[in-house]
Design a protein around this ligand. Structure first.
Ligand SMILES: Cc1cc2nc3c(=O)[nH]c(=O)nc-3n(C[C@H](O)[C@H](O)[C@H](O)COP(=O)(O)OP(=O)(O)OC[C@H]3O[C@@H](n4cnc5c(N)ncnc54)[C@H](O)[C@@H]3O)c2cc1C
Length: 291
């Protein structure tokens, strides 16, 4: 399958990349690892006239953890996320998402920025990042803005990123003590398959055995974007963690989503799995608090 024709640019600074994006706007597309973009171009779903590679921008490949914030460059690869000690220690649910994504070959190329930029409702990294309340930095020639990931996705393939903007960094505040998070994905096959349902949960308590102060539960594949399970989150606040409570939250999450029937599974089955994954990810989150 041949690719459509395009002009290729390889800027060496973010400023240069922003200038090219500002010039060509909707006629251009950024390419990072290319694992989503190349497939879409080969299937002629998109045919950009200009491709701007950001894979040589070393500034976008950094991971920094200081002053209570973990900053991850947009071109940090999923393989590096999966192996990172910092991510494992501070954002274990994000590492679980990275380890679940694709195959070693895909993870070596795929980037965190590309995973967010492609805005697939089944993607593996958004649930944990949204549960951690991550923000993204969007940069253009005339300045930059920071957007909460909880307000970033607009629909399948659609985000807040404007045609002249580049997502440069993902920022996550280091979770405070007695906070835990978990992520689980479910597919028809164990690997190299689009998820059937995925979910991440985060709970923060006021001490070991204390009550839950805040909660964020994020579900994937059950709506046009990743969804928050708001009624399940409310139900948890002020309660002591227990298996019964997590099961009730799972039942509430089932009512917070709107899956559709497709060849991967029925809406009814996906809803049931939202209940199971919510309960289990809350269990993982609580184990993290206790350990
Ligand atoms: C065989 C296979 C298996 C896969 N399995 C999984 C899986 O299990 N889970 C999963 O979540 N995904 C999976 N994917 C999808 C893909 O690998 C991931 O979404 C990956 O993280 C995309 O990153 P990338 O760097 O390759 O993005 P690219 O393909 O380079 O870009 C994707 C989109 O994001 C835009 N973009 C990229 N970087 C930026 C940026 N910095 N700023 C603004 N826009 C940007 C691009 O313009 C493009 O629209 C799979 C893909 C393949 C081919």
């Amino acid at each position: 399958m041949l690719l459509p024709k395009f002009d290729f640019y390889e800027p060496t600074t973010i400023e240069e990349a922003c200038q090219i994006m500002a010039e060509f706007r909707t006629k251009a597309k950024l390419i990072a690892g290319g694992t989503d973009l190349m497939v879409n171009m080969k299937h002629r779903l998109i045919s950009p006239e200009h491709l701007i590679s950001i894979s040589r921008l070393d500034e976008l490949k950094k991971l920094d953890s200081s002053n209570g914030v973990v900053k991850i460059g947009a071109c940090f690869t999923v393989a590096d996320l999966a192996d990172s000690e910092v991510i494992g220690k501070k954002l274990s649910a994000l590492r679980a998402g990275a380890r679940a994504l694709g195959s070693p070959l895909i993870r070596n190329l795929a980037t965190i920025g590309g995973n967010l930029g492609s805005a697939r409702p089944a993607a593996d990294l958004p649930p944990s990042l949204m549960a951690y309340n991550a923000k993204v930095v969007l940069k253009k020639s005339s300045g930059e803005r920071t957007v909460s990931l909880n307000n970033f996705f607009r629909g399948p393939g659609l985000t807040e990123i404007q045609p002249d903007e580049i997502l440069t960094e993902i920022q996550v505040e280091t979770p405070p003590p007695y906070t835990g998070a978990g992520y689980i994905n479910l597919g028809v096959r164990m690997a190299q398959d689009c998820n059937l349902v995925n979910a991440a949960s985060l709970i923060a308590s006021d001490g070991p055995g204390g009550v839950i102060k805040s909660a964020r539960i994020v579900m994937g594949c059950v709506g046009p974007t990743h969804l928050r399970a708001s009624s399940a989150e409310k139900l948890l606040i002020g309660e002591k963690p227990s298996e019964e409570l997590f099961a009730k939250a799972g039942e509430a999450a089932m009512k917070d989503c709107s899956p559709i029937d497709d060849f991967r599974g029925s809406a009814e089955y996906k809803k049931a799995m939202v209940g199971v994954l919510t309960k289990r990810t809350l269990g993982i989150a609580y184990d993290e608090i206790l350990n």
